[in-house]
Ligand binder design. Structure first.
Ligand code: AHR
Length: 516
């Protein structure tokens, strides 16, 4: 009896090994699709914890090497990342922010209380001029989020005039007096943030009226018209998208160019006990991916709502906050949202990129939360020290996808990665034809311990591939200030055969290669 069941289980094992052929991937590079907007790789920087102060801005008198108050090390790293757009000043903070507090001589700026994030005193030394100086240094687009919760359309109008007017008006002259002659270019203007929550606890109906009122007064010179972004829903909600697309009708006085959705990845799926950034069990490695991949369904359902009313795809669907959110570890608090960042975060980021690429026609901007020292950050700082996180490396590896033409990547015979009764695909793939004309491929192996062989074919013959691989010795492999290069990408060169390419994808890895 024992011998028989042993025989049966060995036979089952043999069969399952035999049954799994290699994963096959076919790239339709002869039929490139829509352009992946560069701003899909956008960032978010809020006055929260050490996101701005200590992270980006240290002030001119700091001992930390800086240029006019901006940390040299952080700015240099962000330049290398080719950050395409930065959203500022929040988040929840946007709805308490009064722009006049942040202009003029720094020593005379008002001190306010950041009631959203720990009641810390905000000295307003980073304001409008500093924000635009930062985005100009980075060569990034500016995404300014307007205060709707405690602001007025009048306050917004005056800020817009201050930022964009080339006239002889009092506000334009005040900007000149404060050191900026030329108007700034405002690429995006967000009308409120999470208006269902910290932005005012509004209903979708009420907010759509408020949106119409505010958006009517977005008055700028014709050559400096921002993309106007409505604040939408979160997670699986479509009611905000539905309400906004139904009630905001474009006219000569009113526009809505995008709706901004939020979705955070919480490994356990519960805000009460989210899970930790490091030292987590395999079940939370898996569930972080499981939870993050739910975004595909949320995008599908919202895009369906938009397609029914806006078939010409005029209105973009933006995800202007996304990323992992863990329980506060030692040294961190709910008020500063500082968290470590591991290999798992890099895979979460890359999985999201792949989904965003699939919705390239509608999803034309996303902003990971947040750029430095907050939530799923690119960079962590501690006094003089700085480290690049695995998420930074993922963004860096995927740079060629900014502005690339999307290429359909058809996967076949992908095994499941299962934990309990839930499963996700072991392999995820994306492809694009970069602005340099090269065909780029991104591959992820979500499995913690098993490699996967992927047979890649394309319309063109594939002779070789070169790029970089990110993996680590542990599920929570991460960089520390003492050991900042524990995890970083390594170069990869592959040679094709018979016009195809065979990729051995190590466990827990992300690969980006250019195919020739
Ligand atoms: O990113 C942190 C916070 O998360 C933002 O301020 C808010 O919009 C969201 O709830």
């Amino acid at each position: 009896m024992i011998a028989r069941s042993l025989f049966l289980s060995l036979a089952a094992l043999f069969f399952s090994v035999q049954a799994h052929a290699d994963t096959r991937l076919r790239l339709q590079d002869d039929q490139p699709g829509p352009t992946i907007h560069k701003n899909v790789y956008g960032q978010f920087a809020e006055h929260l914890g050490r996101g701005i102060y200590g992270g980006v801005w240290v002030g001119e008198s700091s001992r930390i090497p800086n240029t006019r108050g901006f940390r040299n090390d952080v700015v240099q790293a962000l330049k290398e990342l080719q950050v395409p757009v930065v959203r500022w000043p929040g988040g929840c903070y946007a709805d308490q922010y009064h722009w006049r507090d942040g202009i003029g001589p720094r020593s005379e700026r008002k001190k306010t209380i950041n009631v959203n994030w720990g009641d810390v005193v905000e000295d307003n030394s980073f304001g409008t001029h500093e924000f635009f100086e930062l985005v100009e240094m980075l060569g990034a687009d500016a995404y300014v989020n307007i205060n709707v919760g405690t602001g007025t359309p009048g306050e917004m109008m005056e800020w817009i005039e201050y930022m964009t007017s080339a006239s002889d008006s009092t506000l334009a002259n005040l900007r000149r007096k404060n050191g900026r002659a030329k108007p700034w270019r405002v690429h995006y203007l967000g009308i409120g943030n999470e208006t269902w929550g910290c932005g005012g606890s509004m209903s979708p109906q009420h907010y759509s009226d408020v949106y119409r009122q505010f958006a009517t007064f977005v008055k700028t010179p014709a050559d400096n018209r921002p993309i106007i972004v409505a604040s939408g829903g979160n997670n699986e909600e479509t009611v905000w998208t539905q309400q906004l697309i139904d009630s905001v009708k474009e006219s000569w006085t009113l526009r809505m160019d995008g709706i901004a959705h939020h979705y955070y990845t919480i490994p356990t799926g519960s805000w009460e006990r989210k899970g930790f950034a490091l030292g987590f069990p395999e079940s939370e490695w898996f569930s972080a991916f499981f939870q993050t991949l739910r975004i595909r369904g949320f995008l599908e359902s919202n895009v369906r709502v938009l397609d029914a009313k806006d078939p010409k795809k005029k209105v973009g669907f933006f995800v202007d906050e996304w990323g992992t959110w863990y329980d506060s570890a030692e040294g961190a608090s709910q008020a500063n949202l500082y968290q470590q960042n591991s290999l798992r975060d890099a895979l979460v980021a890359a999985l999201n990129f792949h989904v965003f690429h699939d919705f390239a026609e509608r999803v034309r901007m996303t902003n990971i939360a947040q750029m430095v020292n907050v939530l799923q950050a690119m960079i962590l700082t501690d006094g003089q020290s700085m480290l690049l996180t695995p998420t930074y490396h993922a963004f860096h590896m995927y740079r060629p996808f900014q502005g690339a033409r999307h290429v359909r990547a058809q996967l076949r015979d992908v095994p499941d990665y299962r934990v309990g009764n839930r499963r996700i695909p072991k392999v995820s793939a994306t492809a694009g034809i970069g602005k340099d004309g090269k065909l780029y491929l991104g591959l992820i192996n979500t499995h913690p311990s098993q490699a996967e062989r992927v047979q890649v074919s394309a319309a063109r013959s594939l002779a070789k591939a070169s790029g970089r691989l990110l993996s680590g010795s542990a599920l929570d492999a991460h960089n520390t200030f003492a050991a900042p290069n524990q995890i970083r990408p390594t170069p990869v060169e592959l040679t094709g055969s018979g016009g195809q390419l065979q990729v051995e994808l190590p466990p827990r890895s992300v690969l980006v290669v250019a195919l020739e």
